[in-house]
Write a protein that binds this ligand. Structure first.
Ligand code: FAD
Length: 274
């Protein structure tokens, strides 16, 4: 069976916390290698991230990786957070630049994710296994695709152990990206990020923001299904499972699922792959 990891966002209310507990209990039967927890823009949910990571580690007994960004933060703030995660027992991090919320001025002491990785290695050596973000369809702010690949390589040169991609629905984008970075000498595992489809309107909004392309034929079929939630779920699970199978057959080393704190859409994909 292909190794899997699951990504969650930090719950803020008791109801959301209970929902995450149920989701984690259901998904743990798939024996994830690790789980990760996102952060919100501008540090607003950093304490929720730390609290969720603590619960995933201590209450659920899972290897849990906080996502950590450098944008808008000072060296001292990031150093304190790293110490806090280490004290909690974290051995993994997902290190990102993040995005500044509009209107927020100061870019922070560390400008790009590569600077953050250098900082983590400087302070903690090899203690943390560090994953970084990768963009098979190019990061939306990148100057051009080739420059973006070089910037990706800089993160690996700074000490990243592996990468998780932005989600995509076109397997060739992933294969091409892997070939291109291997040609630049990058050897770390590049794990596809998989977004199961549950709410298509929400997915279209996310995709516009992060530059992920939804193929036209998928949009057209989804639109034709209108409000038929059952048909959308079935079709979504079929195409994402087929994507995963192609990725695994083509050499993807693992799959990282963006769960949005829901168990069923991810389980539907994994059930079709069994
Ligand atoms: P970087 O690798 O620093 O790159 C950002 C941009 O800068 C790219 O366009 C790159 O080409 C360019 N660049 C890099 N270095 C240089 C340089 N030296 N000179 C000029 N340009 C340069 N966001 C959240 O808010 N919370 C999360 O929890 C979160 N989790 C994520 C998890 C994954 C797996 C992924 C793929 C993304 C996640 N994001 C998250 C989104 C991420 O924060 C954004 O995509 C952000 O815009 C870029 O972060 P990065 O680490 O990829 O940046």
């Amino acid at each position: 069976m292909i190794p899997v990891s699951f990504e969650f966002y930090p719950p803020k209310t008791d109801d959301q916390r209970e929902q995450l507990d149920r989701t984690v209990s259901r998904l743990r039967s798939h024996a994830p290698d690790y789980v990760s927890c996102t952060f919100g823009a501008g540090g607003s949910t950093l304490s929720y991230t730390a609290d969720t990571v603590r619960r995933l580690l201590q209450d659920h007994g899972l290897d849990a990786a906080p996502h950590l960004s450098c944008v808008g933060g000072t060296r001292a703030e990031i150093a304190e957070l790293l110490d806090q995660y280490r004290a909690l027992g974290c051995r993994r991090l997902v290190a990102l630049r993040g995005d500044l919320p509009s209107g927020m001025g100061h870019p922070g002491d560390l400008r790009y994710a590569a600077d953050l990785i250098g900082f983590i290695r400087e302070r903690h050596g090899a203690h943390f296994h560090v994953e970084v973000g990768a963009y098979p369809e190019m990061h939306p702010q990148a100057e051009d695709a080739l420059t973006d690949l070089r910037h990706f390589k800089a993160k690996v040169d700074a000490g990243a152990d592996g990468a998780i991609t932005q989600y995509f629905y076109n397997a060739d984008a992933y294969f091409h990206f892997v070939d291109a970075v291997r040609a630049l000498g990058v050897e770390v595992p590049i794990v596809p990020g998989i977004m199961p489809i549950s709410n298509f309107a929400q997915l279209r909004r996310f995709s516009e923001q992060c530059g992920a392309e939804i193929p036209r034929w998928i949009t057209k079929k989804m639109q034709a299904m209108g409000d038929d939630a059952g048909a959308i779920r079935e079709f979504g699970a079929d195409i994402v499972a087929r994507l995963c199978r192609r990725l695994v057959d083509g050499g993807a080393p693992a799959l990282h699922f963006y769960t949005l704190n829901l168990a069923k859409p991810t389980q539907a994909v994994l059930a079709r792959m069994a």
